[in-house]
Design a protein around this ligand. Sequence first.
Ligand code: HEC
Ligand code: HEC
Ligand code: HEC
Length: 361
Amino acid sequence: MHISWKKLAIALAILPFVVVLAAWIGFFNVGASSGHWKITEWFLHFAMRSAVRTYALAVDVPEALPRHAIQPAAGHFARGCAICHGAPGEPRSPVVTRMLPQPPDLAGTVGEWTDAQLFRLVKHGVRFTGMPAWPAQERDDEVWAMVAFLRELPSMDEATYRDLAYGERLAPPAGVAGILRQALADCARCHGEDGLGRGPAIPVLAGQSEAYLLESLRAYAAGGRASGMMSLPAIAAGSHLWPDLARHFAALPTTDPDGGGDPALVRRGKEIAGRGVKAASVPACLGCHGRQDRSPLYPSIAGQPERYIEAQLGLFRAGKRGGTRFGHLMANAAKGLTNEDIRALAAYFSLPAASSATGVQ
Ligand code: HEC
Ligand code: HEC
Ligand code: HEC
């Protein structure tokens, strides 16, 4: 059969109008109940897998996954992911299994992806599927923590998952009103009932300045301090409870001194804390983080977990930490720090006595 080029050109030119007309009269069934045509389904999956594979080539994979941070990742998974993907001992809801495409049970599928591909999926989500992007795009460290958690998922039993994601549910503290108790129970999943934190990735809230805690909750909820893991519980608790939550944690007793750490590193950290690094314009940390005369909005950092301090200083230096309206002071202070300085400062400040009058010898 002979097709004239002219007729073909006309057909191609009117095709878009035919498609728009078909959409306008409602020809395309957008209902999820009947599923996709086989060819559509094949094409969408093929396109999704290829795109993830290609874009993952540009992902910088860390030497080791941050296994020390899987507890808060599990805690976040329970509220932010399990609703669609299920979790050990928590099957997916029948509502979700009628989504198109269906969110897979990740324990069965994560093995098909490399670490870089999982990072790409969790950080950016998947268009047209309901799979959301990570809420804080600045926080690659949080996304890697989630990847570390996903890697453990296939072999994780229900008891381990429940412990990581929820902790032991102790009786709520006495003398606390009902609604505040519920909010505190949520905080305790990651921060512990004692506010000391359930692992090295979690800051100590116990004994922290009340004003700083309150302003930090505000900053998480408003996005001034980027964290996918903290924005969710801060917003869920509700702004009316933030002052009570801050007061509660500020009043709890702090850690017992435990000492430890490499002495040479601690000594170097102490030196920077007291004198700064002139050549790199790093100010003396104790000018602001010492005990006396400091603004209530300058947090106490002595006794925070080493890994947490290290991570926060890295974020400040990269300009990704954000914070309260005083956050820029720290961004300036951290600009000139080397990785070695950061390790030394973390070793020093993780000692509870770091900013007391006597300091660490
Ligand atoms: C609103 C529902 C929803 C939520 C919430 C959700 N996802 Fe998904 N997710 C999906 C859907 C749907 C897909 C399937 C995408 C596809 O097949 O193209 C998916 C796919 C994935 C995949 C790729 C798995 C595979 O084998 O195809 C990973 C990994 C993943 N999600 C992780 C997460 C993590 C981690 C969270 C929480 C931070 C999360 N998801 C939150 C709906 C959701
Ligand atoms: C899913 C785990 C999780 C839950 C639940 C959670 N937090 Fe957090 N919280 C974190 C992590 C992780 C950080 C550190 C985040 C960062 O890097 O900024 C944090 C940080 C904080 C900070 C900042 C402390 C500092 O030293 O800067 C405050 C304040 C806080 N949380 C309060 C709360 C309160 C109050 C609740 C309950 C309403 C709560 N959190 C629930 C994981 C959690
Ligand atoms: C000019 C005052 C100032 C100086 C100097 C300063 N800081 Fe800070 N620092 C702050 C303020 C203010 C915050 C709270 C930022 C926010 O979240 O709004 C902070 C926060 C921090 C945090 C995060 C605490 C947490 O719980 O998340 C760490 C860690 C820290 N500083 C370490 C240091 C170190 C190490 C030095 C020295 C190199 C230093 N700071 C010097 C004012 C200062």
